[in-house]
Design a protein around this ligand. Structure first.
Ligand code: FES
Length: 122
């Protein structure tokens, strides 16, 4: 059912946990499945220097959270907010159609964190 990449990111999640030092957090949840994601950002000169996540949810929710942190790390805020759920899916090989919303939730969490950073630093 799940690709090799999904299982790898589920079993060995990258950037998991709260950062010691962060400037913004994006907290989202899907009311239908009940899954929740938080993404923490440490930003320096407009670049995502460090990123962490906490996710309570399904295999795909954990794998997509992990993957989006990998995709966003080192990018500018403008580049990171252009990441779409299809980019996350592609990077994970594939996702079952019923799990595409998990990738979308990870995108929403990242964009919410970026939005929070902008709100508090403008
Ligand atoms: Fe809803 Fe995975 S089933 S985020």
């Amino acid at each position: 059912m799940y690709s090799k990449e999904v299982m790898d990111h589920f079993q060995n999640p990258r950037n998991m946990g709260v950062l010691n030092d962060f400037q913004a957090v994006g907290n989202v949840g899907n009311p239908v499945c009940g899954d929740m994601m938080k993404i923490y950002l440490k930003i320096s000169d407009g670049i995502i220097e460090d990123i962490g996540f906490e996710t309570l949810g399904c295999v795909a929710a954990i794998a997509t959270s992990s993957m989006i942190t990998e995709l966003a790390k080192g990018k500018t805020l403008e580049e990171a907010e252009k990441i779409e759920f299809k980019d996350v899916e592609k990077a994970l090989g594939s996702l079952p159609p019923v799990k595409l919303h998990c990738a979308d939730l990870s995108v929403q969490a990242l964009r919410k964190a970026i939005g929070e950073y902008r709100n508090t630093n403008s």
